[in-house]
Design a protein around this ligand. Structure first.
Ligand code: TYM
Length: 337
């Protein structure tokens, strides 16, 4: 019999840079909706962040920044547990056991390792290689049934299902771990760089003109969108006309995701108009949506004591669930308790 337990949500964001529009549309906005529907756990994945070098002082600041971003965007720490991954040791404990379940061949296929390690993979950390195993532990330590993420996490979520299925099979406990469903679909699942329609918007882009941050002022947003790479053609009146125009498609997608409109509806309004008309309208929309979030984010960041307390309380709540799973796993695996 497959998993029959309660529906639970887990997701996480790395404290490796400032939160941007892609993180907001691909992930955080979904967290805000889901907290009203299921038992939710939202994590700041500091253990994942150190798979590449992090300055210790900055890591602390970035961790609080992610926690503040969750709250500023509308996640209520009384409803959902907001916590730092290193504050719940059960994640790392389960990850070790999963390291012994996952196969080398599965990890060899992970494209994110190839992208992040680059040409010199001998110099990459071992942690970067087993990164997706820890991610599976983050999810399954809560027996999470649903994981809201952007499209770039698809392969990691497939690995998580493979690990759950192999554990359930190897230990003859077919209903122990759920086969977690990724929640990816919807507008905003893949927001691209403003400078290159083929690259995703990212915390680590060397050009800060490529990325709209939650903390950007209306002025910054207007400037970045004005300078965003486009082509000389006016917008088409149908989505088919966006084929082979990745930069235009990205801006239309951002408009639709924030306005709650399909690409077709956006093009009905702006088809035939040039970017001289569309870009200012988009800048107003983005600034109108992100402005209040950015202001609340700045207010929260001015109170690190509150943010740390929220993370610690969240970690205690999360640990109550996670410790139970690890205790069950130890029993199943045959460890003395
Ligand atoms: P991270 O920190 O890179 O990104 C956090 C979330 O934001 C989404 N995202 C995007 N969505 C749309 N367009 C973009 N340009 C864009 N860039 C980022 C990501 O898909 C993600 O949902 N491995 C994860 C962190 C993690 C995790 C987990 C996620 C660790 N454990 C357990 C879910 C469950 C990561 O690096 O996300």
């Amino acid at each position: 019999m497959p998993y029959q337990g309660p529906q639970r949500v887990l997701s996480g964001i790395q404290p490796s840079g400032d939160m941007h529009l892609g993180n907001y549309l691909g992930a955080i906005r979904k967290f805000v909706d889901l907290q009203h529907q299921m038992d939710c756990h939202f994590c700041v994945v500091d253990l994942h962040a150190i798979t590449v070098w992090q300055d210790p002082k900055k890591l602390k600041e970035q961790t609080l920044h992610i926690a503040a971003s969750y709250i500023a965007a509308g996640v209520d720490p009384k409803k959902a547990a907001i916590f730092h991954q290193s504050g719940v040791p059960a994640h790392a404990e389960l990850a070790w056991i999963f390291n012994c379940v996952a196969r080398l061949g599965w990890l060899d296929r992970m494209t994110q390792f190839k992208d992040k390690a680059g040409k010199d993979k001998e110099r990459a950390s071992v942690g970067l290689y087993t990164y997706p195993v820890l991610q599976a532990a983050d999810i399954l330590v809560y027996k999470a049934t649903h994981v809201p993420v952007g499209e770039d996490q698809k392969q990691h979520l497939e690995l998580c299902r493979d690990i759950a299925a192999k554990f359930n099979h190897d230990f003859d406990t077919p209903d122990f771990f759920p086969l977690t469903e990724p929640l990816i679909k919807g507008p905003g699942a893949r927001i691209m760089s403003l400078r290159d329609g083929a690259a995703k918007m990212s915390k680590s882009d060397p050009s800060d003109q490529a990325t709209i941050y939650l903390k950007d002022s209306a002025d910054d947003i207007a400037k970045k969108i004005k300078r965003a790479k486009t082509d000389p053609e006016p917008l088409p009146s149908e989505t088919k006309g966006l084929e082979n125009r990745p930069e235009a498609a990205n801006l239309v997608g951002i408009y639709g995701a924030l306005a709650g409109m399909s690409d077709d509806e956006v093009l009905k309004e702006f088809g035939g108009k040039g970017f001289g008309v569309f870009k200012p309208a988009l800048a107003d929309l983005v600034a109108g949506k992100l402005g209040p979030i950015g202001a609340e984010l700045r207010r929260l960041e001015a109170d690190p004591g509150y943010l740390e307390k929220t993370l610690r309380e969240g970690a205690a709540r999360a640990a109550a669930v996670a410790d139970r799973t690890v205790a069950e796993v130890k029993e199943i695996v045959g460890f003395i308790r």
